[in-house]
Design a protein around this ligand. Structure first.
Ligand code: SF4
Ligand code: SF4
Length: 432
């Protein structure tokens, strides 16, 4: 955090609990030093992302507050199915609000059942404990009917922040597509009402251009990770994907591309963050919202390198682009609807596309094994893990199934399981 700027008046005006917030920042700073800054041989381009994290509750919040004073709207979201393109089309700012820390759990459990997934409990916990300046700075939260936990939680969340919920179908049928398209229209109208601006073909084209460029930069980053040795750690790549939900999209794109220029040189020079013989793993499953870095830390501390994330905070969220061809407002909304319906979240049934994607990613990134990560009490991903296991075993790709939460209590057990998994993987050849 920038020591020369006093953000406390801003946090106070946003209604944060200053004392608890100080504690949160101190704990976050320590975790970041231990998990991130302790890494050796990081690319110089990570400096920007370190700075963003150091200012995650400072400068970025100040930007949101300033933008609101200029009349722009801040829209908070919890899921990939809420298109950032629509928010940009009303000159709004889209912010991901999912939280990845075991904070405020006690408060959350006063309004939610204990057996709710950690992600839902965390965003309630942050809000109810007065610790999330993003929720405070948002004009509107857009929820979605993906899993049952979120769907019902939004009914309660609306007591704390105006929450507009869109219906996500659960089957990719013609009827599901028609429902989804009409829901995007409903969202477009809501955003127009909140912002006082019209969504036009022009404004959608610009929104699509910005978000496509962001996703293309992340594709470039992902492709570079197929090199052996991997030029960047999985922890750093995850961090970049997490920051994609908060940062200004155009500035972020520029910085990811600058980092990729550096990584290209690393690849040419055969320079990596781990040796060529380090086991390469893919992580697949539930999203890892910041600051959920537990499992990647355990994996990479054990000597492996993560080469891809089949996750919403990863390639599931970024892999497809909206087709950029001229058209009227309706045709842009059609193409946006198609792109988002292609996302293969486990809330869909059946969901064979996700299984294909995991197998394809394992091959493309030359992974030696896959770690399937599910949050406790997350039925969609925990149940779908069986299909993932079956598909990968047909391809003879080893799989480790992990179910965990945000607490650190199971850390020793996770370390033991990850190390045992790494030991059973076939040894890598010296050079590829
Ligand atoms: S896992 Fe599914 S419900 Fe959760 S954020 Fe991703 S797309 Fe949304
Ligand atoms: S992790 Fe699972 S249970 Fe939790 S919000 Fe996402 S889909 Fe729902």
């Amino acid at each position: 955090m920038n020591e020369t700027i006093d953000y406390r008046p801003m946090w106070k005006a946003l209604g944060l609990n200053l004392e608890a917030h100080d504690g949160l920042l101190a704990a976050l700073g320590q975790a970041y030093r231990d998990i991130y800054l302790s890494q050796e041989d990081r690319p110089d381009g990570m400096g920007y992302f370190d700075f963003v994290i150091s200012e995650i509750h400072g400068l970025r919040i100040q930007e949101l507050v300033d933008a609101r004073q200029e009349g722009r709207k801040v829209i908070g979201t919890f899921c990939l199915y809420v298109p950032e393109e629509l928010v940009l089309a009303v000159d709004g700012i889209c912010i991901g609000l999912c939280a990845g820390a075991d904070i405020g759990t006690e408060e959350a459990e006063k309004v939610l059942p204990r057996n709710t997934c950690a992600l839902i409990k965390s965003f309630f916990g942050f809000t109810l404990s007065g610790l999330c300046p993003y929720v405070s700075a948002a004009d509107l939260v857009v929820g979605e009917t993906t899993c049952d936990g979120k769907k019902k939680a939004y009914e309660i969340f609306d007591d704390y922040k105006p929450t507009f919920v869109i219906e996500v179908p659960h089957m990719k049928t013609a009827a599901g597509r028609a429902l989804w398209r009409s829901e995007l229209e409903r969202l477009a109208r809501k955003l127009e009402e909140v912002s006082g601006r019209q969504i036009t073909a022009e404004s959608l084209r610009e929104g699509v251009r910005i978000v496509n460029a962001k996703r293309a930069a992340l594709h470039r980053l992902n492709e570079l990770r197929s090199a052996n040795p991997a030029p960047i750690s999985g922890r750093d790549a995850l961090l970049i994907n997490q920051i994609a939900f908060y940062d200004d999209p155009q500035r972020f794109t520029q910085q990811v591309n600058a980092l990729c220029d550096e990584l290209e040189q690393r690849v040419q020079q055969g320079q990596g963050v781990a040796g060529e013989q380090a086991p390469r793993l893919l992580v697949s499953g539930c999203p890892m919202a910041a600051p959920n870095w537990k499992l990647p830390f355990v994996i990479e501390k054990s000597g492996a390198v993560i080469v891809g994330e089949e996750s919403c905070v990863g390639e599931r969220g970024t892999r497809n682009l909206v087709t950029e061809t001229d058209g009227d407002r309706e045709s842009w909304l059609d193409r946006i609807a198609d792109r988002y319906l292609d996302i293969d979240c486990a809330c869909f049934t059946p969901n064979p596309e996700r299984l294909d994607h995991i197998a394809a990613m394992a091959q493309r990134y030359r992974a030696d094994g896959v770690v399937h990560y599910a949050l406790q009490f997350c039925a969609p991903y925990t149940i779908e893990a069986r299909h993932v296991e079956r598909r990968l075993s047909e391809r003879k790709i080893p799989l480790l199934r992990i179910e965990t939460d945000y607490s650190m209590e199971d850390l020793p057990q996770l370390e033991t399981r990850v190390q045992a998994f790494l030991e059973m993987l076939p040894r890598r050849a010296a050079a590829v």
